[in-house]
Design a protein around this ligand. Structure first.
Ligand code: AMP
Length: 228
């Protein structure tokens, strides 16, 4: 808890769980700003590896385009590398990792090596049907990564990022209806069991994530303050 006598000075470790489209990326970015933590998205790391043409990227590309999960070996190696970077010592928000029990166990092992623990695994609770609509309309600023949506979050000036002014907007190749269905299926089969995994560890928190973005951000911020 955040009282003078017992402030926890180890870097925070937060996990955001939820299907594609639940708002993990949007909320992780807001938590970054509010708490000075670092968003760590394995999806972003994999897309960067694909763009850079690394060996891992070459292996991941077709799997991602099909909406399936990239192998645990590749994802764990990428995450382990990123966790070694200097900036993450402030604490991390894991967005899209872990996605399987093998990854969750690997994370436990990595944290044990550095004496860290999971502060909270927050499950964003949403309905599948709404996720297809959310994902189909979303796009991201190529300049700063800010997320937008055709209906739910439009920039003040069409085509121009509110945050950085860039006019380069990107839509993800895997944000199409067929791939989204497969991604939701992968979530329910392989990732949803992690809710029980973290409940068993006593760190699970749940948030109704069907509402407005600021409202959900407020609920998450309260959880983070209470978890430290
Ligand atoms: P995301 O940006 O989190 O929606 O991830 C996009 C895609 O990257 C997923 O559909 C998977 O193919 C892959 N991916 C991201 N994170 C993981 C992970 N932790 N385990 C396996 N595959 C992942």
């Amino acid at each position: 808890m955040m009282d003078g006598a017992t402030v926890d000075t180890t870097p925070a470790v937060l996990i955001l769980l939820g299907p594609p489209g639940a708002g993990k990326g949007t909320q992780a970015r807001m938590l970054e700003e509010t708490f000075g933590l670092v968003q760590l998205s394995t999806g972003d790391l994999l897309r960067a590896a694909v763009a850079a043409g690394t060996e891992a990227g070459k292996q991941a590309k077709a799997v991602m385009e099909a909406g399936d999960l990239v192998s645990d070996e590749i994802v764990i190696a990428i995450l382990r590398d990123r966790l070694g970077d200097e900036d993450v010592s402030r604490g991390v928000i894991l967005d899209g990792f872990p996605r399987t029990t093998v990854q969750a166990e690997a994370l436990d092992g990595l944290l044990a090596e550095t004496g860290q623990k999971i502060d909270a695994a927050i499950s964003l609770e949403v309905e599948d049907d709404a996720m297809i609509i959310r994902i189909s309309g979303r796009y991201t600023c190529g300049g700063c990564g800010e997320g937008y949506h055709d209906t739910f979050k439009v920039p003040a000036t069409t085509g121009t990022c509110d945050k950085c002014g860039s006019t380069q907007m990107n839509r993800r190749a895997d944000d199409n209806p067929a791939t989204v269905s497969q991604r939701l299926e992968a979530y329910h089969a392989q990732t949803a069991p992690l809710i029980a995994y973290y409940e068993g560890k006593g760190v699970l928190r749940t948030v109704d994530a069907m509402g407005e973005i600021p409202e959900i951000a407020g609920a998450l911020a309260n959880i983070v303050r209470g978890a430290r």
